[in-house]
Design a protein around this ligand. Structure first.
Ligand code: NAP
Length: 243
């Protein structure tokens, strides 16, 4: 046991950063449930890789465009197939550009549902299923834009701002049994559909003059999980971009 928990659920755990977090947990001996939305094939592949570390793993589908019913469905499956979890990583999100003028109701609802309402109801379900004698930890994957908002991704940034506030609020409400922390990534992976040129163009604006790697994020997640006196904290993994 690594001190990072014993059984974790990672939302959006089939691909990209979620997958890296799931694999890091598995490497530390933690059993992992990956939640996925549309990436069923990738989820199967990630499950196989997780099991190579000798831990238990399952995958559970849930569409966070219907956050309340999806989170109920996910935790029902987790309870039936896996048992109680003591670590929740709220990672799944969408990232679409749009100014105030460009953001219509459906873009607003999509971002608020997937990026904020789903983590809220996932945390509610998580707290309810954790046996009273057990302690647990939640890590929310936020974004530096929540701390230093810049125009261009209005609905996304507002939803992540809510997730930052939620991290601090629920850290108070769920203490001492459950710690709630956040990781705010900077430029780590190009958004789906973009290539490395997207990241290269950003490097000039970053004090560290480079972008980060998925291991920078997984290191921060594992640090927060292992740090038993940290709660309500948000670690910016940005090379200084949030400053
Ligand atoms: N990439 C970066 O450099 C960066 C920078 C700042 C912040 N972040 C944050 O870090 C986290 C991971 O980033 P990423 O780039 O790895 O994200 P990503 O590639 O866009 O992946 C997002 C995940 O969210 C899930 N998802 C999207 N819509 C969903 C829906 N309707 N229902 C259920 N799941 C849904 C996807 O699952 P399926 O594929 O299974 O549908 C996917 O696993 C996000 O919270 C993001 O905001 C990332």
């Amino acid at each position: 046991m690594s001190g990072a928990g014993s059984r974790a659920l990672v939302t959006g755990g089939a691909v990209r950063l979620g997958r890296e977090i799931a694999l890091s947990l598995a490497r530390s001996g933690v059993d992992v449930c990956i939640h996925y939305g549309a990436s069923a094939d990738a989820a199967r592949q990630t499950l196989a890789e997780i099991r190579e570390y000798g831990v238990q793993a399952i995958a559970v589908q849930g569409d966070f465009r219907e956050p309340v019913s999806a989170t109920e469905q996910v935790f029902r499956a987790v309870a039936e197939e896996f048992g109680p979890i003591d670590v929740l990583i709220n990672n799944a999100a969408i990232f679409e550009s749009g100014s105030l003028a460009e953001t219509d109701e459906s873009a607003w609802d999509r971002h608020l549902d997937i990026n904020l309402k789903a983590p809220f109801f996932m945390t509610r379900q998580f707290a309810a299923q954790l046996p009273v004698e057990q302690s647990g930890a939640v890590v929310n994957i936020i974004d530096w834009r929540a701390s230093r908002p810049v125009p261009g991704h209005a609905a996304y940034t507002i939803a992540k701002g809510g997730l930052l506030t939620m991290t601090r609020l629920l850290a108070c409400e769920l203490a001492p049994r459950i710690r709630v922390n956040g990781v705010s990534p900077g430029a780590i992976l190009p958004p789906p559909g973009s290539d490395e040129a997207y990241l290269e163009a950003l490097a000039d604006q970053i004090p560290m003059e480079r972008t980060g790697s998925p291991s920078d994020i997984t290191d921060a997640v594992m640090f927060l999980l292992r740090s038993g006196f940290l709660t309500g904290e948000v670690v910016h993994v940005t090379g200084g971009e949030h400053l």
